[in-house]
Design a protein around this ligand. Structure first.
Ligand code: IPD
Ligand code: CA
Ligand code: CA
Length: 261
C-alpha cells in the first residue's frame, strides 16, 4: 500500500473512534492548562493510527500529540493529531477531525484530514493537487479583505498571546473584513481555506500536528502558508501560522504586523 492509502485508512479508522465516543459520557482530563483537554477518544485514536501505520512502515518516525515514540533515524516522520478540536468534541459540538501528515526529511509529502461527522475527507500529495472526497479543490478568489471570511484560533494561554489575538481581531475588523470565525479545530480551519470556504487564517501558535497536513493541502490548492512576517515555516516546529488564498496574504501580514499597506 502507498503512503496516501495508508494515511487515509488510518484517518478513517480514527474517525470511527471519534464517532464511537462522541456524545457519550466521557471522562475529561486536562493537560497544559485547564482549557487544554484530553479524552479517551484522543488516546485511542492515536494508538490505532500509530499501530496501523507501523504495520506497513515499522521503520518510520512518529511525532504525535499524545504519546512519545522512539526516534528511528528514518528520513520519514508521521505527524499526527488524533483528534483536533478536543474542546468541541468534549462539549458535544460536532466540529473536529483527525490530521495525519507524512514528512520526508523537511518536506511534507502527504496530508490527510478527515471530518467523520460530515464524512469529508481532505487529502493532498506533494505536486499532485488537493482533494475533498476525491474532487479537486482550489482556494477562494476573494482577492481583498472586504470580500474575505477570515478564521482564527485562540492559543490555550490566556496571557499576552490572547491580548495580541484580540487586538488583531480589532485591526481586521477596522479593515472591514466580511466576517470572522473561530471554529475550534485548526486542521479544519486550514481545510476550509484550501477549499475556498474562507480566505484567510491566523493563529498565534500551532503545533506541528495542528498544521502539517493542512499546510500541504493549502499549498496544493493554490494558497500560501507562512509565519507572521511572511517567512517559511517548518512542519516539525511550533509556529505562528498565517494561511490564505495567496491573494490577500500581504494584506493579512500588514494587519498582523501593524503596517500600513
Ligand atoms: C487545538 C485546536 C484549536 C486551536 C488550538 C489547538 P486540540 O487542537 O486546533 O482550534 O485553536 O491551538 O491546540 O488541542 O483540540 O488538538
Ligand atoms: Ca490540535
Ligand atoms: Ca488533538
Amino acid at each position: 500500500m502507498n503512503y496516501l492509502t495508508v494515511a487515509i485508512k488510518a484517518a478513517k479508522q480514527a474517525g470511527k473512534i471519534h464517532k464511537k465516543y462522541f456524545n457519550t459520557d466521557l471522562k475529561v482530563e486536562t493537560k497544559s492548562t485547564p482549557f487544554d483537554l484530553l479524552t479517551i477518544a484522543d488516546k485511542e485514536a492515536e494508538k490505532s493510527i500509530v499501530n496501523l501505520i507501523k504495520k506497513y512502515f515499522p521503520e518510520h518516525n512518529f511525532l504525535a500529540e499524545e504519546y512519545t515514540y522512539d526516534k528511528t533515524g528514518s528520513e520519514y516522520t508521521w505527524i499526527i493529531d488524533p483528534l483536533d478540536g478536543t474542546n468541541n468534541f468534549a462539549s458535544g459540538m460536532p466540529i473536529f477531525a483527525v490530521s495525519i501528515a507524512l514528512m520526508k526529511n523537511n518536506e511534507v509529502i502527504v496530508g490527510v484530514i478527515y471530518d467523520a461527522m460530515r464524512n469529508e475527507l481532505f487529502f493532498a500529495e506533494k505536486g499532485c493537487g488537493a482533494f475533498l472526497n476525491k474532487k479537486p479543490i482550489r482556494v477562494s478568489s476573494a482577492g481583498s479583505l472586504d470580500k474575505s471570511l477570515i478564521i482564527t484560533g485562540f492559543y490555550y494561554s490566556r496571557g499576552e498571546e490572547m491580548i495580541e489575538t484580540l487586538d488583531t481581531i480589532k485591526r481586521f475588523f477596522l479593515k472591514k473584513i466580511m466576517g470572522l470565525r473561530r471554529l475550534g479545530a485548526a486542521s479544519l480551519d486550514l481545510c476550509y481555506i484550501a477549499c475556498g470556504r474562507a480566505s484567510g487564517f491566523w493563529e498565534f501558535e500551532l503545533s506541528p500536528w495542528d498544521f502539517a497536513a493542512g499546510k500541504l493541502l493549502i499549498e496544493e490548492a493554490g494558497g500560501k502558508v507562512t509565519g507572521k512576517r511572511g517567512e517559511k515555516i517548518f512542519s516539525n516546529e511550533k509556529s505562528f501560522v498565517v494561511a490564505s488564498d495567496g491573494k490577500i496574504h500581504e494584506q493579512m501580514l500588514a494587519v498582523l504586523n501593524q503596517r500600513e499597506e
